[in-house]
Ligand binder design. Structure first.
Ligand SMILES: Cc1ncc(COP(=O)(O)O)c(C=O)c1O
Length: 472
């Protein structure tokens, strides 16, 4: 948990504005929501009705937003309502919707070369992005990069690489963590039973350990001793009774759980886990699919604990909305032979152009903005536990902030219905937010939000919580 500071943050420096930006940001000029119809409006209703008949019912839609366009942190729906987006397409549009420099890079690349397949041919962008990712990955040593299209593909690559390199076949993951939905990554995922139901048997040889939750604890983990207890479980239970550490290829961990509820593992735990892995020749894999690419105010959540994972998996924010992922490994362990693993579309030239533009923007001030805006939000919500009896915990780093709702602050009984009601109420006021875990509301806006937007979101949520509490 990140205790909010007492200092007011530095004044916010807006992201670099180009002429295209100025001309193209009419919607963003409207920096706060403007609702012009009932929700959903007539056009939205019609599309939802059509969607219901033909689109997979496995998707979870919390509220009826039918998006038409987006600029910066604003989204306009098909009926002309504008919303402030604190969900960012599930923590994806890092530089905001349709950042003009990202759009320009995409347009340029699309007119030059749409596809080539980096698995069989060379192109400059693929090398340039690999060099860039290798340079920003934690640790100074050389790295190699494998490209995929989605978070789950980066995880699958890391699982296969870990087996290939170590010639071991077992994995350790953590309760509450989410790593994806394909069979390999789903075997690591231990977030919600519905994600696994009817899909077994999953991959054998995957063992789960309790995550060091410093607010709630669980499975015998004491909140005030979470790091030590969670490490002891691995050493004294898993390694003594269930699996010999010499059989374990890799440990997969989210330094900050995303889908599980925006829970940060304490630095002592991550450092202890790194030592444990080194001692037993186990690879440490950081799943930074949600927490990476500047969202926490640093490139990677792992950096806050100064650990150096052997493999870092990233996706979501890497290309501001284009499908791309990467598994970045220490160079000497990416020793698989030609043909061992590849993907036709992984590292598509257009997605890579978007990613290079995204990284330039993140370096140019947007990542620093995420740190400042996160600090501002934590400062402005610091008194909420005292003012709101249903707010159990507020925690976060940068713009990865979770608010956990409880029925009782002492017993910490979870309040999922209340959380859901608040999400719905925020939507009705033009603020888009998402849940995470059973009873947490997550704030994961584009990293370009400004002070006015941060304050609008805080005040709107404050009002929604008060309203929901009155109805208890
Ligand atoms: C931490 C983490 N890992 C992996 C994934 C899977 O990513 P994708 O949905 O792109 O396959 C997600 C998606 O939410 C995630 O949050």
């Amino acid at each position: 948990m990140n205790a909010p500071g007492t200092r007011r943050p530095e004044p916010v420096r807006a992201p670099e504005k180009t002429q295209v930006w100025e001309e193209d940001m009419q919607i963003a000029e409207r920096r706060i929501p403007n609702l012009v119809s009932a929700l959903p409006g007539p056009k939205a209703k019609e599309i939802i009705e059509r969607d219901r008949k033909v689109v997979s019912p496995s998707y979870t839609r919390d509220y009826p937003l039918v998006a038409k366009s987006g600029r910066g942190a604003m989204v306009e729906d098909v009926d002309g309502n504008t919303f402030l987006d604190f969900a960012a397409g599930i923590a994806v549009v890092a530089t905001g919707h349709c950042h003009p420099q990202v759009v320009a890079a995409v347009q340029r690349q699309a007119s030059e070369l749409l596809h080539m397949s980096g698995t069989d041919f060379y192109y400059p962008g693929l090398v340039e992005l690999a060099e860039k990712l290798a340079s920003i990955a934690p640790g100074k040593g050389p790295k190699r990069v494998y490209f995929g299209n989605s978070g789950t593909e980066a995880i699958e690559a890391a699982m296969k690489l870990a087996r290939y390199h170590t010639r071991r076949d077992k994995f350790i993951a953590f309760y509450g963590c989410f790593h994806g939905r394909t069979f390999g990554s789903l075997s690591l995922t231990a977030s919600k039973a519905v994600q696994r139901k009817h899909f077994g048997p999953l991959l054998g040889g995957v063992f789960h350990a309790p995550y060091p939750d410093t607010y709630r604890g669980a499975y015998g983990i004491r909140p005030d001793r979470a790091a030590a207890d969670a490490l002891a479980y691995i050493e004294n239970e898993l390694f003594k009774r269930i699996v010999d550490p010499e059989d374990v290829a890799a440990v997969f961990i989210e330094a900050i759980q995303g889908e599980g509820g925006y829970i940060a593992a304490p630095a002592e735990f991550l450092q202890g886990l790194e030592r444990l892995c080194r001692r037993h020749g186990i690879l440490l894999v950081a799943d930074e699919v949600q927490s990476g690419m500047g969202r926490t105010g640093k490139w990677w959540a792992a950096e806050h604990s100064e650990i150096e994972p052997d493999i870092v998996c990233t996706a979501k924010g890497i290309a501001s909305g284009l499908p791309l992922s990467a598994a970045i490994a220490k160079a000497d362990l990416m020793d698989w032979k030609p043909g061992a693993h590849a993907s036709t579309f992984g590292g598509n030239p257009v997605a890579i152009a978007a990613s290079l533009a995204t990284i330039r923007l993140l370096e140019g001030g947007i990542m620093a903005n995420a740190a400042r805006m996160g600090e501002l939000i934590l400062l402005q919500t610091a008194g909420w536990r005292e003012r709101h009896k249903t707010v159990g915990d507020i925690r976060g780093r940068g713009l990865m902030i979770g608010i956990e709702f409880v029925r009782d602050q002492k017993t910490k009984e979870r309040a999922p219905e209340l959380r859901n009601r608040i999400i719905q109420a925020a939507f009705e006021r033009g603020l888009l937010v998402l849940g995470a875990g059973e009873n947490t509301l997550r704030l994961c806006p584009p990293l370009v939000i400004d002070e006015e937007q941060a304050e609008f979101a805080v005040h709107t949520l404050d009002a929604c919580i008060s309203e929901a509490e009155r109805s208890l």
